[in-house]
Design a binder for this molecule. Structure first.
Ligand SMILES: [Zn+2]
Ligand SMILES: [Zn+2]
Length: 294
């Protein structure tokens, strides 16, 4: 708001009278009320304006303000709306304004960068959340405990898959017993052996003579990555005592030595056959895989 001498001072301003009277009477002088330009005290009767920024008084003549402008500013309404700056402050204002423009531009740039960063942060957070969700899902599936009955069903299903791949004449009802041996393992890469008891020794023999098909199937269907990823090969074996295992190891060694002496192209092999209590090294013709389970 523009402050004229009239509104600022207690003394009334007689506009139009003594307009050029810069030698104000000593009666109206107030300390600190010197004109900011000429340093002469601004008298009560002088036409002068106060700068909104530096608060100094200026004779309108010293600041080259036309009287018409001064008179206009005397009106209450105009005085409320208009702000007047002295020429010194005006120059300062321009500088400040220039700096402000730079600051505003800088701020705008920072805000843009901040928005970009915030967007990136959001994306990263979303990715992490998804990843964690996926990991939790995997963990939940891996740690899901099967009931003993579920485990049994799963083991029988797996066994029947092996039976079918080998083409052995065995039905699910031929399985008399199915249970896991040993203690519960917490290591996911270790597996407990499953004992399968079949209805007859003959059924078992029917499967064991065809197990080559199962070994071939595993070699064809499981790459080394899957094996290292913890998916184990399923080994099939007789349920043997430690003594029987030892016996077999020596028989296997014997068969190996005999095979080493065989010609390369021969279709027979020496192998260990028979039930654990009746194992022997036999010369066998290699059984071709069942054509229905290639
Ligand atoms: Zn002056
Ligand atoms: Zn000023």
């Amino acid at each position: 708001m523009a402050t004229t001498r009239q509104s600022k001072s207690k003394h009334s301003l007689s506009a139009g009278k003594n307009t050029d009277d810069l030698d104000a009477s000593a009666n109206n002088q107030k300390p600190g009320d010197e004109c900011g330009t000429c340093s002469v005290v601004v008298g009560a009767n002088n036409k002068a304006l106060s700068c909104e920024i530096c608060d100094k008084w200026y004779h309108i003549k010293c600041e080259s303000i036309p009287e018409s402008v001064y008179n206009f500013m005397l009106h209450d309404e105009a005085g409320k709306q208009l702000i007047w700056h002295c020429s010194y402050c005006q120059r300062g204002c321009v500088k400040v304004y220039k700096h402000m423009k730079i600051i505003v531009a800088d701020q705008l740039e920072l805000k843009t960068k901040q928005n970009v960063l915030q967007e990136e942060k959001k994306t990263v957070r979303e990715c992490i959340t998804q990843e964690i969700g996926a990991m939790k899902d995997i963990e939940a599936r891996e740690t899901a405990e099967l009931t003993p009955e579920e485990t049994r069903k799963q083991d029988i299903t797996t066994f029947m898959q092996i039976v079918n791949i080998c083409g052995a004449p065995i039905q699910e009802q031929d399985v008399l017993d199915c249970r896991r041996l040993g203690q519960t393992v917490t290591d996911k890469n270790k597996h407990r052996p499953v004992l399968i008891k079949l209805v007859s020794e003959e059924k078992k023999r029917n499967l064991f003579v065809r197990l080559g098909a199962w070994r071939k199937y595993q070699q064809e269907h499981r790459g080394p990555e899957e094996i290292t990823a913890g998916k184990p090969l399923i080994n099939t074996d007789h349920d043997m005592t430690q003594e029987q295992r030892k016996d077999r190891r020596s028989l296997v060694e014997e068969a190996k030595n005999l095979n080493a002496k065989l010609p390369v192209d021969v279709k027979t092999r020496w192998t260990v056959r028979g039930s654990p209590w009746n194992m022997r090294v036999l010369k066998v013709i290699l059984v071709p895989p069942n054509p229905n389970h290639q």
